[in-house]
Design a protein around this ligand. Structure first.
Ligand SMILES: [Zn+2]
Length: 316
């Protein structure tokens, strides 16, 4: 690495510490590395891993998972490419500055499944970039909906895929990534159990959401999404769609409509006025605090809040 690159690295927000990684499990790690090498034959072998290894996450959910997987691993930095309040990247165009940031990264952690519409172009422009796609090999809903992380099981699956990808990209830290991922998955697992305990017995299960972000979540907790007001943020429904939704709310007898905090929806107010059904806030955990220390637990906190909102809205 030359001096200029060193200087660049110093400017980047760095998450690292001097906590050494325990040299335990070396045999298991070795066999895992061999297995991973066989599973990902396209990975160029023998290339030295650049230090610090610069990992870039495409947007907030990927940032949160990657922070948890990297933990305090030394000589590895994790940044979020897009600003933490951007949320979903449907139709997002990278800024020139973001493209420069991307060109300096070693590993790019993305959701995939069409979320990062700029991905092909970015990959062409940054040929040395290693891309880790968190939905790779995970079964999606029939329509290919990319919001997998919004269900806790989806977040677990994506965390595990990212951890495997990082272990391949950075074999000398593979054990740390796998251990950190296992610790985070254990937390997600406890969260999922707590949510099932609270939600499985709810009397009312029909909900209406804004933004097509909740099918995996609804499927996991057996909620019925009977209507989606805005399919994607920013696309306010036209008058006829709004009228259809109002009719749907009345006919279905839903107890709650769920908007999202990051997408202020004028139409939510109209629907509430017309139907008298309250509008609550359900958060798809696509945005949050950029500070790494707070971002790590952001998904867990957001889902705890969603649990409180759902319980209040749907209980008898
Ligand atoms: Zn979305």
């Amino acid at each position: 690495m030359n001096d200029r690159e060193d200087a660049r690295v110093m400017q980047a927000p760095v998450i690292q510490s001097s906590v050494p990684v325990a040299p335990a499990r070396s045999l298991r790690v070795l066999s895992l590395a061999v297995l991973l090498a066989a599973m990902f034959p396209a990975v160029p072998s023998g290339r030295a891993v650049e230090r610090p290894l610069r990992i870039l996450a495409s947007f907030y959910p990927m940032y949160v998972m990657t922070l948890n997987i990297v933990g305090d691993t030394p000589d590895v930095t994790v940044e979020c490419l897009t600003r933490p309040f951007v949320g979903c990247l449907h139709d997002y165009q990278l800024t020139p500055g973001e493209l420069v940031t991307l060109s300096r990264a070693n590993v790019f952690v993305v959701n995939g499944a069409g979320m990062e519409t700029f991905l092909d172009r970015a990959a062409r422009q940054c040929p040395g970039l290693r891309i880790v796609e968190a939905t790779h090999g995970v079964r999606l809903a029939n329509d290919g909906n990319p919001h997998l992380w919004v269900s806790v099981s989806g977040a677990i699956a994506e965390t595990e895929v990212i951890a495997r990808g990082l272990a391949v990209a950075d074999p000398s830290h593979a054990a740390a990534y796998q251990q950190n991922a296992a610790n985070y998955v254990a937390k997600l697992d406890r969260l999922r159990a707590k949510m099932h305990a609270a939600l499985d017995g709810l009397a009312h299960r029909d909900i209406i959401t804004f933004h097509e972000a909740f099918p995996y979540f609804a499927n996991e907790f057996k909620l019925n999404v009977v209507g989606v007001v805005e399919r994607e943020p920013g696309s306010e429904p036209n008058a006829r769609e709004l009228a259809d939704t109002i009719r749907l709310v009345r006919d279905s007898g839903v107890r709650a409509i769920f908007a999202e905090p990051q997408y202020p929806a004028r139409s939510a107010g109209i629907i509430r006025q017309e139907t008298g059904v309250p509008v609550s806030t359900l958060d798809p955990a696509a945005t949050g605090d950029p500070d790494p220390a707070r971002a790590r637990d952001s998904y867990l906190r957001t889902m705890e809040q969603n649990l409180r909102v759902l319980t209040a809205a749907l209980a008898d």
